[in-house]
Design a protein around this ligand. Structure first.
Ligand code: NIG
Ligand code: ZN
Length: 420
């Protein structure tokens, strides 16, 4: 007897397998047609054909109506917790002022820092909760959330406490990353190493209070150098954190090579990765987290070389990079379309990148990203006839229903608008 039985599934993407999916293997999608899934105690208890399902009883029956069913999506790179917004930067961008120049003038990340410092913990929580609700409605059941808009001891902890509270209170699982090294705050422009030392000193408290499991740094021109990033991440690793890097986002500094060297769980952005960096990445365990929404929104022509990365054998994941400056969107489905058009990833590769590989990019590979017996039942029922349809029909939400731990936590109308 199942708690819930999902029947009449046209295409079930189980993503069944072991470990992150690399290179060539991303081209083959583990898929069952005319399938059904049984759920008990919040976990997947049975997977079989729709025919076999007729012999199984359940307290709650969901008819997938011949549509697509997939694992809950995983968004492995977001800046979820912040105050304010930055729509006033759009005209500056139109005048040709670059992202790094806006930052140099004290805007960009630093303007969000001022707003976040001024906000109360409850205000930050309420705002982030709204963004997280929206992510859930787009099919995301696990999300990574970075701090980095405090850049002082007090506000960084405030952001991390908000992420922890969201994890405890929201249906979506929130995996927390300390990004205290996101920019050099105004008061430390002349002594960035002192600032980095303050952030290092904070690591013990973060560990004790279990406020984050990852540590990240923005390795970029005018922000932190490769040397500073190496030292900072090595100290974080010594203190027991897993590490990530904002690498080669704008200028090709060698952040990709550094990610491999320090054994980062993921290297993120990678728009300017060198040939050597891509080679090293492809032969490492570091997941390449690509953020085409950021290239798109910064109005760039240059995108990460996803094709080359996959062809060389790397495991690629995709994320929204949701943040108020370079990618203000919670819509991972739109990112899937950008990946198809600008990263030239195939639909099969894209689905790996938003499920299993995204889960491995945040050390959740054993829990999320796959529909397998014994796993948490984090499942999306789509109003889409097949997996290719989601990146194809762009800019709208194709989710019909989201289950987290076997419970329906988000449900939408069918989009069949009645016009009188
Ligand atoms: N590049 C650094 N951090 C974010 C942007 C943050 C912001 O602009 O507020 C990113 O990943 O794109
Ligand atoms: Zn980011």
């Amino acid at each position: 007897m199942m708690d819930t039985l999902i029947v009449n599934i046209g295409q079930l993407l189980t993503m069944e397998g072991d470990g992150p999916v690399k290179g060539e293997k991303m081209k083959t999608l583990p898929l069952i047609e005319q399938a059904a899934v049984g759920i008990k105690n919040g976990r997947v208890a049975w997977i079989g054909s729709n025919e076999e399902a007729k012999t199984i009883s359940a307290s709650h029956l969901i008819d997938a109506e011949g549509k697509l069913v997939t694992p809950g999506l995983v968004d492995p790179h977001t800046h979820l917790v912040f105050a304010g917004s930055r729509e006033h930067e759009l005209p500056l961008k139109q005048q040709g002022v670059s992202y790094l120049d806006i930052l140099k003038r004290g805007g960009g990340i630093l303007s969000t820092v001022r707003a976040t410092r001024a906000a109360s913990e409850d205000e930050l929580y309420e705002k982030a909760r709204v963004h997280l609700n929206r992510m859930l409605s787009y099919g995301v059941t696990t999300v990574e959330a970075k701090s980095g808009y405090g850049l002082d001891v007090e506000t960084e902890q405030k952001q991390l406490r908000v992420a922890k509270r969201l994890h405890q209170t929201h249906h979506v699982e929130v995996v927390s990353t300390f990004l205290g090294a996101h920019a050099i705050p105004a008061e430390h422009q002349d002594n960035p190493d002192d600032f980095l030392q303050q952030m290092v000193d904070l690591l013990d408290v973060i560990k004790q209070e279990q406020l984050a499991e990852f540590v990240d740094i923005f390795c970029e021109t005018g922000v932190f150098t490769v040397e500073q990033s190496r030292t900072f991440l090595q100290k974080a690793k010594e203190k027991g954190f897993a590490v990530k890097i904002h690498a080669d986002e704008i200028d090709p500094l060698g952040g990709t090579e550094l990610a491999v060297e320090v054994g980062a769980v993921s290297a993120d952005h990678l728009v300017g990765s060198s040939e050597a960096g891509i080679q090293q990445l492809a032969h490492s365990n570091t997941i390449a987290v690509l953020l085409p929404g950021t290239s798109f929104y910064l109005g760039k022509r240059k995108y990460a070389k996803a094709r080359q990365m996959i062809d060389e054998g790397a495991a690629v994941a995709l994320a929204t990079d949701f943040n108020p400056g370079s990618s203000p969107t919670e819509n991972l489905q739109f990112i899937m379309t950008l990946a198809a058009l600008y990263l030239r990833m195939t639909p099969e590769e894209i689905w790996h990148a938003v499920t299993v590989n995204a889960a491995y990019a945040i050390n959740r590979g054993q829990d999320a990203g796959r529909i397998m017996v014994g796993r948490r039942a984090d499942i999306v029922i789509w109003d889409a006839p097949n997996y290719m349809y989601v990146p194809y029909h762009y800019g709208i939400n194709h989710v019909r229903m989201v289950l987290k731990d076997g419970k329906v936590v988000s449900e939408r109308g069918r989009g069949d608008v009645s016009v009188s």
